[in-house]
Design a binder for this molecule. Structure first.
Ligand code: GAR
Length: 212
């Protein structure tokens, strides 16, 4: 049986698209897509694929707690086993992250723990890094801080701009998110005492190193 998966977005949803395209092959069923923004293009991608969508607009709530409570109700109403944050740009409360501990994944455009937060491509370029990339991690209370699962390094070229670097990082993101979701769906991926395990063995703290 495919793993019932809810994907939560705020924007374009190209990672959502990568998951939609490979859902059957990797053993997930995307049973719903939730956005906090009405204009998120990812909602159209979901509708095109015949997936149920829901809008939980953060502006309609007067606290993070009340927003998160409605988000959780929406997720649970879709009977999700796996929750995938794919370009969801809101900070979550500890209560919410605890509720989905071990079954909520996030993607972040940097080699975590480097460059948590925003503008990661710009910051990596300005710091003169030779490597940048993307990380899939379990979501915990700490922002961009849970155990790493997969990391895809991307070499920085001297001619890179923020845009060219972002485009290459996006490219690897679309390969590593389906892989992490597949591991979860196959029951191979676990969070145990703050560490990610694959097939019963702890993954390196930086995560499984993905290369094309
Ligand atoms: C992705 O690059 C993802 O890593 C990033 O947002 C983008 C969403 O793109 N996530 C974060 O910055 C989370 N802190 P998409 O909407 O095309 O999938």
């Amino acid at each position: 049986m495919a793993t019932r998966t809810v994907v939560i977005i705020s924007g374009s949803g190209s990672n959502l698209q990568a998951l939609i395209d490979r859902a059957e092959e990797i053993g997930i069923e995307i049973c719903g897509v939730i956005s906090n923004r009405e204009d998120a293009y990812g909602l159209q991608r979901a509708q095109r694929a015949g997936i149920a969508t829901a809008l939980v607009d953060h502006r309609q709530f007067d606290s993070r707690e009340s927003f998160d409570a409605t988000l959780a109700e929406t997720i649970d109403g879709m009977q999700a086993e796996l929750v995938i944050l794919a370009g969801f740009m809101r900070i979550l409360t500890p209560e919410f992250t605890r509720r989905y501990e071990g079954r909520m994944l996030n993607i972040h455009p940097s080699l975590l723990p480097k460059y948590r937060g925003l503008h990661t491509h710009k910051r990596a370029l300005e710091a003169g890094e030779q490597w940048h990339g993307a990380t899939i991690h379990f979501v915990t209370e700490e922002l961009d801080g849970g155990a790493n699962i997969i990391q895809a390094p991307v070499a920085i070229n001297s001619s890179d701009s923020e845009e060219t670097l972002a485009a290459r990082v996006h490219g690897v993101e679309h390969r590593i998110y389906p892989l992490a979701a597949q591991w979860f769906a196959e029951g191979r991926l676990r969070l145990q005492e703050g560490r990610a395990y694959l097939d019963g063995a702890p993954l390196p703290t930086e995560g499984y190193q993905y290369h094309d």
